[in-house]
Design a protein around this ligand. Sequence first.
Ligand code: BG6
Length: 512
Amino acid sequence: MTILSGGEFPDLHDPRDRRLPLIAPPCGLVIFGITGDLARKKLVPALYDLANRGLLHPAFALTGFARRDWNDEQFEEFVLASIRSHSRTAFSHATWEQFKAGLRFVSGSFDDATAFDNLAATVRELDETRGTGGNHAFYLSIPPNYFPAVVQQLARSGLSDNNTEAFRRIIIEKPFGHDLQTAQELSEVLHGVFDESDTFRIDHYLGKETVQNILAMRFANIMFEPLWNARYVDHVQITMAEDIGIGTRAGYYDGIGAARDVMQNHLLQLLALTAMEEPVTFDANDVRIEKQKVLSAVRLPSDLATASCVGQYTAGWQGGQHVRGYLEEDNIEPNSLTDTFAALTLYVDTRRWAGVPFYLRTGKRLGKRVTEIAVVFKRAAHIPFDNESTQELGNNALVIRVQPDEGVTIRFGAKVPGIDMRVRDVTMDFGYGHAFTEDSPEAYERLILDALAGESPLFPNQQEVELSWKILDPVLEHWARSGQPEPYRPGTWGPRSSHDMLAREGRLWRIP
Ligand code: BG6
């Protein structure tokens, strides 16, 4: 045993010591679109939960910016109601008092110069009275057509200036463009004012514990990686299914659709994490390099008509309730061509993945809410049992259950008890809920904390965004040429053509 003398004890405040929790420095966050659903249900509660867990500096300040003509008390009420209804951790009066003292509200529209001057004055006041130290982040939880106006105003009012040690960052929510060209235009707008290193793009899937666990599982263990390649893997299925419809989001969703909404970001990020090589370190740049290599190596099959499909939900029954079809939802054009389901076959042209299809699917109003990555293995080269004994034996599979019921399932064959030799599929499960006593933090807690602390590995950069659009653009063009998406009934697993897409290759989608 080595005994450390006094001077040799490790510095408990070493910022590189990963055992210590990451804590945001003194800073302020301005949320544009504070009255919107995302801010109310996710962002504000996540901030409170961070404060409750002691991960925000006591000087932290939250400023809401919106058109409403609220005074500070009305804003406080709004924040309190959002915390009471949506925060994950128990309510603490002490945390609330501390948090409340840092709340400010600025009323105005996104192109109103006076309102931004007021915001600049508020930020200065916070630096002087609360000790935010000049560090401020601006969260754009607003439709992207307002980004240029806000970014310009931030520059004009001096709010984006970070010529001191302090930081000025911008945090944006998707969509990051509508296609490659508009993604590049958006990037020009942002980069005219903020450096790429001060730009944080939220893909909330990357903040989920189970998604980060893909890397832990693959790279901290010895038993999976030897099988993680074309020699053993038959195909990979990535499913993100929702049982809800579009609800009140017509304004955002119509004209965007399932592929742009979640395939361009969440699903392609899951693909990148599943297929990438081991990064040299887990620093942002090293992880991104590996993800970018995967996205650059993606190849679309030549016949998109058979290798992809889009659908739109009709009216029908789901969970004992009659639900409206997409075209009958509020504020949807009666002949809208928007996809509420999308499925796509992709290949990753690297030595590791040569010839292995990656099947992606996503949709609203499907059988249930589930996101999973299923790595389906080939059959063993030789199985020394007759066909009858192995009738109930499928392919071995490893399923990463992203949500709900977070965990990992391994499916393999085992002998059925009895005199005969019959082999049937069984599963072995790891469940987060059983293995750990601690609840998983919400994705937004992790991502907001990282953005305030300047940790960027979980944020896709501009190159990843562009590579993803490069993959999707030809598919979107193909779908635009093919007309109406295929109808599917609520509570099912999507249109017939999605099943045909796999059946043609002798495979089946899993029913999760
Ligand atoms: C968002 C999409 O990114 O993800 C929504 O815009 C979707 O359409 C949501 O409902 C699903 O997120 P989660 O975390 O519930 O799977």
